[in-house]
Ligand binder design. Structure first.
Ligand code: ADP
Ligand code: ADP
Length: 232
């Protein structure tokens, strides 16, 4: 699961102190998609970065897949990050590498044999429906397909939790629907806990099980999506 408890984040100190997150609680169980939705500047990225261990909270606690990661020493962070797959807004693929090579990237330096790597990449591409595009380059794909390659890469290390940071922001409605359908399928098939960051309430309604509405660093409403009333 992904759990955040009484999270506060302040950038800077003294008279320059800039509080960005106040008393944020989140709880996303395995096999569910929990959205954090809010307008630009609400603190969504900062919250995401506290979960994928790129930022340290000022106070509060963070658990990822059963482990309290709040006070992990610096040397353990890299290992801990492997438990978290991240999908970015613009898939962030390497342009000069094929689809298969991009998906294999996280497996490099892990001592995975070439044969095992090939097997894992084939399995991942099948999961995202891109088996026949393995040898293409990112530029040959549609935006939605590129995003699915990014998802396959995020799953390469078999994470228990997935963080989707505005993954459908640049996509047209049809591509958005296909990426969201894939996330729903993965949630169930792989029993993932997915933290979905978005500024679009449409996306939340389409795919999330639970949501927290974030405004000016505070959760103003949270719960099951069908019970939420406010617009972000
Ligand atoms: P969102 O993702 O919802 O747009 P962010 O988390 O990016 O929100 O930003 C929330 C607020 O935190 C903004 O006012 C932003 O300027 C501020 N902020 C983000 N990162 C930093 C930082 N490293 N130092 C200072 N302020 C920051
Ligand atoms: P088993 O317990 O038999 O390994 P799983 O349901 O855990 O079955 O996995 C089924 C297949 O999905 C396996 O081939 C595994 O490699 C793959 N898989 C499981 N979890 C993940 C994950 N988080 N990301 C990517 N692939 C996964």
């Amino acid at each position: 699961m992904i759990r955040v408890e009484k999270l506060h984040k302040t950038f800077g100190t003294g008279t320059r102190a800039r509080p960005v997150l106040h008393d944020v609680d989140l709880n996303i169980a395995q096999g569910t998609i929990g959205a954090v939705v809010g307008p630009s500047g609400a603190g969504k990225s900062t919250l995401a970065r506290c979960v994928n261990l790129l930022e340290r909270p000022t106070s509060g606690r963070v658990w990822v897949a059963g482990t309290d990661v709040t006070d992990l020493p610096e040397r353990d962070l890299r290992h801990a990050r492997r438990a978290i797959g991240t999908v970015f807004q613009s898939a962030n693929l390497l342009r000069r590498r094929t689809v298969a090579q991009n998906v294999a990237m996280p497996l490099r330096h892990l001592g995975v044999t070439a044969r095992e790597e090939k097997r894992r990449v084939a399995e991942l591409l099948e999961r995202v429906g891109l088996t026949d595009r393995a040898d293409d380059y990112p530029a040959q794909l549609s935006g939605g397909q590129r995003q699915r390659v990014g998802i396959a890469r995020a799953l390469a290390l078999r994470p228990k939790v997935l963080l989707s940071d505005e993954a459908t922001s640049g996509l047209d409605p049809a591509a958005t629907r296909s990426v969201l359908a894939l996330l729903r399928e993965l949630r169930t098939d792989l029993d993932l806990a997915i933290l979905l960051i978005t500024h679009e309430m449409e996306v939340v309604r389409e795919v999330a099980d639970t949501a927290a509405l974030l405004r000016e660093g505070r959760v103003i409403e949270s719960g099951a999506v069908h019970q939420l009333v406010a617009d972000p």
